[in-house]
Design a protein around this ligand. Structure first.
Ligand code: S3P
Length: 284
């Protein structure tokens, strides 16, 4: 496909609309070429994915994305477009990550675990790395009810909250390719986990009681710890829920002393290993 070069001699148009039409025609040809090159790029990206997967190499490398941008900017002739080209490449790489994640993990990634184990922070980082949408069940409940979790507990009680939580789980379990962040008590209703597993893998985030205590002690948004914020309360609740958490997990990740990035890359590696076990040769 030929695209006119910058040097092409411009015709004299008597009618300005004619000139706009001609330019639009050129733009259409540019788009056709772009789409072809884009498809070729995506095919290459997917080939690399297969290769990394076969050889157990890290799938998402932020440093490579930086290199891609730097290499492209080096060859750029019209420097005025530098920011736009950078934005363009960032978007392309976001799309690449999305396609790769869909291929690797064609299901929801469900984060479960006690309060303060890092579900929200880890979920947001995972969502960015994998270019997957995320849903936070507590945020959705608050949005639907128009009041905070604390207020729901105060006005209507815990049983009512659990019913709303169950309804939300039923609803969002039907989505695909989404990161689902569950409230810490989601394992208490026995119907929730099988529902979430219909389209998802459950990842249990764990932390020592003392770590949890330090993470949540200044936060007053959790009704179950309100007025009884102590290490003992956390230990007691954890003990009561321990079995429910363990039996609900497809994968377990210890989070003590780890940076968010370490946790997310551990999740990606473990999910990848799980996917390989379940489906050694995924179809293209
Ligand atoms: C709860 C955990 C909270 C929230 C509610 C009840 C629980 O979510 O759903 O306060 O029973 O453990 P986080 O785990 O996100 O704090």
């Amino acid at each position: 496909m030929m695209i006119s070069s910058d040097k092409e001699v411009k015709k004299d148009y008597s009618n300005p609309l004619e000139e706009i039409d001609a330019l639009r025609h050129e733009i259409d040809r540019c788009d056709e070429a772009l789409i072809q090159i884009f498809q070729q790029r995506m095919r290459l990206v997917m080939e690399i994915l297969e290769n990394k997967r076969k050889n157990n190499l890290p799938i998402f490398q932020a440093q490579r994305e930086q290199e891609v941008i730097q290499n492209a900017l080096k060859t750029l002739k019209e420097k005025d477009y530098a920011d736009a080209v950078e934005d363009f490449l960032i978007q392309i790489m976001k799309i690449s990550r999305k396609l790769q994640s869909r291929k690797l993990f064609p299901y929801n990634i469900v984060l479960i675990g006690f309060m303060g184990t890092g579900k929200t922070t880890v979920g947001k980082d995972l969502s960015q790395k994998l270019s997957m949408d995320y849903i936070d069940t507590d945020a959705l409940i608050q949005e639907r009810m128009g009041i905070s979790i604390n207020e729901i507990f105060e006005k209507y009680g815990e049983d009512f909250f659990r019913k709303i939580e169950k309804n939300i789980i039923d609803e969002i379990s039907a989505t695909k390719n989404t990161i689902i962040l569950c409230g810490g008590g989601v394992v208490l209703n026995q119907e929730n986990i099988p529902k979430l597993r219909e389209n998802g893998k459950t990842i249990l985030l764990k932390a020592q009681p003392i770590t949890i205590y330090h993470r949540v002690k200044e936060d007053h948004s959790r009704p179950l710890l309100k007025g009884r914020m102590s290490l003992e309360t956390i230990e007691k609740l954890l003990k009561e829920r321990e079995e429910a958490y363990t039996t609900s997990a497809d994968l377990t990740i210890e989070t003590d002393g780890k940076m968010v990035e370490e946790i997310t890359s551990e999740i990606i590696t473990k999910l990848n290993a799980l996917a390989k076990e379940e489906n050694p040769c995924p179809k293209s």
